[in-house]
Every structure is written in C-alpha cells, then in structure tokens.
Design a protein around this ligand. Structure first.
Ligand code: SF4
Length: 341
C-alpha cells in the first residue's frame, strides 16, 4: 500500500538539478558543464496540471524526463505518491513506470514503424500484466482507441498510415494503456495545426476529468499552456522564475520574462493587448549562465550592481505566487501598459 495520504502531493520535486558534461574529447574543447536544470522545486496534486513554459533550450523537457527518471538527476529529490524515488534502481522503478507515463511531441519517433497499433498498445498492457489473454487485450485496445477518438479498424494499421493528430491520439492511448496517474505531456501539440491542437487539448482535458490524471504540460506556447493548466511555471535557463495560478497570469504576473512572453501572445481584443516587450538577444548558453540573475542581460529593468551580481531566489510574492526577481515589487502586476493600437 502506498504511504501517500490525502494531504501528500502526488508528486513533489525538491531542488532538482540535471548537469551534463559536454566536450572534453580528443582535439575538442575542454570539458564543460551544461546546467540544463538547476534547482527546481514544486509539487503537483492529484488531478492537477502544472504548465511548464519557456523558450526552447530552457530545460523544460529535460526536467520532465528527469522527473520520470529517464534522465538521471545530478542532485535533488523526486517524491512520487509519498515515496522518494530519486535513487530507486531500474527494477524498483519498474512497478512505478505504469503510473508515470510520457506523451511525446512526435509520437512517430516513439512508435515502432513495424508494429501495428494493436501490437504497440497491447504490448504495454502485457508487459505490466494488465490483460489475461488475447481476447481481453483486443477488447481493451479497441476501448482505448474509441476513448481517444479513433475507429476500431485503426488496430490493424501501422503508424505511417495516420495523420499527425491521429498519431498523437495513438500516443495518448498507449500512455493510458497502463492506467497511469501522472503524465508528462512534452510539447504534445507543438507539431500540430492549430485546429488539431484544440482537439488534442480538449481530449487531454476530458481524460483528466474522467480519470483524475495529473499532468506536467510542457510547451513553449503560453496560450496553449493557459488553456491546459491549473498553475503555470515559467522557466528560464534551467530555473523556475515565476509560478502562479493560471487565473492570476494575466493580471498578477510580475516577472519581466513572464511579461515579455505574455506580450508576445497575439491578442484580438485591443483592450487586452499588451505593449510588446522585445527581448534583446537569445537565451544565453546553459554552459556558462550569466552571473547574478541569468535573465539580466535581456531584462529591460535590470539594475546594475544588483541583478548582475546576486542570484534571485524563488520566494513567495503572494498567495500561491512565487517569483525569482529582486525588483518584483517595482513591476506593475500583469504588465504596466496596454498597446494603443
Ligand atoms: Fe530583471 Fe533583475 Fe528581476 Fe532578473 S532580478 S528579472 S534582471 S529585475
């Protein structure tokens, strides 16, 4: 029996870091450390979605994989259902694997092209001993396909015979085949057309309602993250810089990076349109993150002598609102001005 209680979060991450070594080969540059994830903490309740947003290369996908122990963390702790799984061996992790699943951006890459849909989904059920024989397996695969909006005849077909949206439905069905409680959805709609994105988002929301799933929803598109999430964590260069409830994002966000991301979201209503905040340059390399606040070289309000020297820690700014910024109190909540056009 799990030691988790009603008050224990389903997932609790404490100071998680993933550092890689890069280079160091014969005739190449000396070995350097890549600080892909550098001290991330948060918790996730049963039935909750935490949206993880940031530009590509900020470490969000690495974080998702490290939580599932698909990448080994360098330091920190991962507690799932009340158990510290950070140092679990692969055999200790096996029974947990079915409760923690992942849906990829490109399900095609994770589906064996030589396996029919029936074989791919049925294999996951068999490996975890969830079906008693071929008849039950056939019935369960058919039921799952129906649940994700695919016809029964999809069973005998191969991955290349489906569209991108249909393949994502197959990826979701395969994740669901083992009855998970927690799913890392890693950019699951980023490669899809906007109309198909909405269908997949709605499917994930329906499944959450029905099955009480928890999601870590990883995406670079703030609009999609807002649709999906109960809370939103904004990541920059391996760290969470702001974490707040979804409903507070528009009016209460204060981190200059969050405000810049918000200002880039196209808004039809001129009253809601924010003045575009253009960030200078690209995301710096995680090999040599800038000193002090990693965002300071691009921050429009950075203070010399403070922001370039002292690293801001994630602190409470208000109820369920955390921020890592020295000057958060000086920033107008939700962004100061609205665009006039
Ligand atoms: Fe900008 Fe300074 Fe806040 Fe970093 S700490 S976001 S540089 S104001």
């Amino acid at each position: 029996m799990s030691s988790a209680t009603a008050t224990t979060p389903l997932l609790a991450i404490d100071d998680l870091a993933v550092h890689f070594s890069s280079g160091g080969g014969f005739l190449s540059a000396p070995k350097q450390t890549v600080y892909a994830v550098d001290g991330v903490s948060f918790s996730l309740a049963a039935g909750e979605t935490l949206g993880l947003v940031g530009e590509s290369g900020c470490g969000k996908s690495t974080l998702g994989r490290a939580i599932l122990r698909l990448i080994e963390p360098t330091r920190g702790a991962i507690r799932f259902e009340g158990q510290d799984i950070t140092r679990f061996s692969q055999s200790e992790l096996r029974p947990l694997r079915r409760r923690m699943q992942i849906v990829f951006q490109d399900p095609y890459g994770s589906l064996n092209p030589r396996m029919t849909v029936r074989a791919a989904i049925g294999e996951a059920m068999r490996v975890h001993g969830l079906v008693k024989g071929p008849t039950q397996e056939q019935e369960r695969v058919a039921a799952l396909l129906a649940r994700v909006g695919l016809r029964e005849d999809a069973m005998s077909r191969y991955p290349h015979e489906f569209s991108g949206g249909q393949r994502q439905r197959i990826g979701i069905a395969r994740a669901l085949a083992v009855e998970p409680r927690f799913i890392v959805a890693d950019e699951p709609v980023s490669a899809l057309d906007v109309s198909i994105q909405a269908q997949i988002v709605n499917l994930l929301l329906d499944l959450q309602d029905e099955l009480g799933l928890s999601y870590l929803f990883v995406a670079h598109d703030l609009k999609v993250v807002e649709l999906m999430s109960h809370r939103i964590a904004v990541m920059y260069l391996g760290r969470i810089v702001e974490l707040l409830p979804r409903q507070d994002l528009a009016a209460r966000a204060r981190h200059p990076y969050t405000l810049a991301l918000q200002s880039a979201v196209p808004e039809v209503d001129p009253k809601k349109r924010k003045k575009r905040i253009l960030l200078a340059g690209d995301v710096p390399s995680p090999i040599a993150p800038p000193p002090g606040c990693a965002f300071h070289p691009r921050c429009p309000i950075a203070e010399k002598g403070l922001c370039d020297r002292e690293r801001p820690v994630l602190r409470e700014l208000g109820p369920r609102h955390q921020i890592a910024c020295h000057l958060a109190e000086k920033v107008a909540p939700g962004g100061a001005e609205h665009a006039s056009d």
